[in-house]
Design a binder for this molecule. Structure first.
Ligand code: SF4
Ligand code: SF4
Length: 328
């Protein structure tokens, strides 16, 4: 069932990078802070508890981050991730002053650093960004590194080793060679002494596969995806720079089928639109796996199999839902 407890604001579609895998629509639209705060007020009574930020590159709108961080604090809500590529700054003075202003406004959530072969940041600049974040927030456990796997991650992994070394730590890998976290030798003992200490370095590395677009048509998995009812990136209101509100923070969130209204609509209107949307019900109630089985039972054949539920979701946004598979 679609019941969001978080709003993710994407204040701008602009970005300083041009990643090959980027799905963000770039355009002139920018979210206004006052509209976003009014929307937050409308949603608070409905049960929204957390606020996160994405983009584009949200640090290209520090005014928005400051205003919404302050509003979130004033309302006693929590923060989720502030996603960033960490590479938007031109000099260290500007980097520090921007981070200072966001911290001073009250942001105390996690910084989600997108760092992988597709983003291609320099390890040296990534390390400067991270060291400054640690200094500004006064702790070294405030960053998660989100990383999409690529066919050749050797340069990325070497870079990650260099970032870890520049921060005085090391990269810990799993048995399969995948990066697990960056940490320093004092982390375990400091955390054991005081779990809230924050002075030991730890950066979890969260790896994910790259979702293919429908145009790329990757149907080569030996198995089908499992239903997760969007428990990972879904169940949020995702506010795009043009004020449109999607029910998903993931891969397909610019698809019109997953847009349930705009920032000027009330919580009640958005929830009614979501409840009335067969696309939303398919993802949050029926389950895309069940829907896929129904489609096959009705004679529909797919080009192959995919283990990526968000790819399948994107596919259905393109093809539409067969009437015979829809629950009324
Ligand atoms: S940093 Fe994010 S928004 Fe910017 S180009 Fe890369 S994927 Fe797109
Ligand atoms: S399945 Fe669709 S709605 Fe759900 S998280 Fe993935 S892209 Fe978003």
């Amino acid at each position: 069932m679609f019941q969001p407890d978080e709003i993710i604001f994407a204040p701008t579609g602009r970005c300083n990078l041009t990643c090959a895998h980027c799905r963000v629509r770039r355009g002139p639209d920018e979210l206004s802070s006052s509209d976003a705060i009014a929307f937050l007020d409308s949603c608070e009574a409905g049960g929204i508890q957390r606020v996160g930020f994405s983009g584009g590159e949200p640090f290209l709108r520090p005014d928005f981050l400051v205003a919404l961080s302050g509003a979130t604090m004033e309302r006693g809500l929590y923060f989720d991730r502030l996603m960033t590529n960490g590479d938007w700054w031109s000099d260290e003075t500007g980097l520090r002053s921007t981070l200072d202003s966001v911290r001073d406004a009250g942001f105390d959530g996690m910084i989600g650093l997108s760092y992988d072969a597709y983003h291609g940041q320099s390890p040296k600049r990534a390390a400067v960004f991270l060291a400054t974040v640690f200094d500004v927030w006064g702790r070294k456990d405030v960053v998660e590194l989100l990383s999409v796997r690529s066919p050749d991650d050797s340069d990325f992994l070497r870079g990650l080793d260099a970032v870890a070394a520049a921060l005085g730590g090391r990269l810990e890998r799993g048995d399969d060679g995948e990066p697990v976290r960056i940490l320093d030798d004092t982390y375990a003992e400091r955390t054991e002494a005081d779990p809230d200490d924050g002075s030991g370095l730890v950066i979890p590395v969260i790896r994910s596969p790259r979702s293919s677009s429908v145009a790329e048509g990757v149907w080569e998995s030996p198995r089908w995806f499992r239903d997760d009812f969007c428990e990972g990136p879904g169940n949020v209101f995702y506010v795009h720079p043009d004020g449109s509100v999607a029910v998903c923070c993931g891969f397909a969130n610019e698809s019109p089928q997953l847009i349930v209204g705009s920032i000027s609509d009330s919580w009640d209107v958005l929830m009614a639109n979501a409840a009335g949307s067969e696309h939303v019900r398919a993802r949050y109630e029926t389950g895309l796996g069940t829907l896929r089985e129904r489609m096959e039972a009705s004679g529909i054949r797919f080009p192959g199999k995919t283990a990526d539920i968000c790819f399948f979701c994107d596919y259905l946004c393109t093809t539409g839902l067969p009437p015979e598979t829809i629950e009324k």
